[in-house]
Write a protein of this length. Sequence first.
Length: 357
Amino acid sequence: MQKEIEAKLSQYCDPYLEVDLFTAKAIKQIDVRPDKVTIDIVLGYPIESVKESMKADLISLLRSSTTQAIDIKLSCQINSHTGNQGIPGLANVKNIIAVGSGKGGVGKSVTAVNLALALAKEGAQVGLLDADIYGPSQPAMLGVGAERPVFHEKSLLPIKRHGIQSMSMGYLIDQETPMVWRGPMIGKALQQLLQDTRWESLDYLIVDLPPGTGDIQLTLCQKMPVSGAVIVTTPQDLALLDVRRACEMFNKLNVPILGVIENMSSYQCSQCGFAEAIFGTGGGAKLSQEYSLPLLGSIPLAISIRETTDQGQPVVVAHADSPYATLFYQIARKLAAKLSLQAKNYSAKFPKIVVKN
């Protein structure tokens, strides 16, 4: 019976890990008793919205092997994963995920905020850092308004909205104040936003990078243990030219790229539902093939995504059951699953050794 159950489980391919549960080392225990079979499965990415359907699929798969009661204990445990070697991490932050594009106007910030909210809806503790010092947009997207972070014991307390923690230069300056700063000042400001914010036990810190491959990107990737990066592009060839530079930058800085997200893949008419690829087709797939990266998903150009974001209620919050929100949930699970397959970082488990005279 034990062997039959193991054989059946080996046939189940996790839809987000894209490997079987034994390869993913997710099966912790199989307990076969005369009256019941209990299986303990622990995944490395958040699964709140799909937990019951995954359990149902597993029970259906095993039903042909036994008539006993089947108890599937399915849970998730999000670990810290290796970033840049030798770089100390942030207190209370397990994983830093950079969202970049190399180009402006591809909807990177909208994608970043919805991914952060989707991960939180799936059961993870999530933070969002707006690293665009010159043009911070996350305060408006989260509907924060005039609220300012509290300074407590030499640290900034992040602002909480829609179940996530957030920090942005936009919280610290007036909306009309231009940031006329040179590169070194920008890099220092980013380090302070990262290190001086008292994040509360985050599984993921999503960093919304500005366009380009300049000081902010270098500061983040060289000073912080970034666990992985996500590339956002549009299908058109002009966007791919700049996005390739972002891919090359992350590769040179030894930051693993978790995958590609194609935004504005097609225009969806809100009246009739007709879809037209006004920016071309296949750009995301072309980039993913060129760099051997998974295509995490394609997001259409839809007016509801724009409207809800402008209102400070991104689509994952405003229309949680809509097809667009479902796309973000799927992409969030995929990128978290890809990250969970990377080497774990055990540095936080070792005690600090201090030598004194």
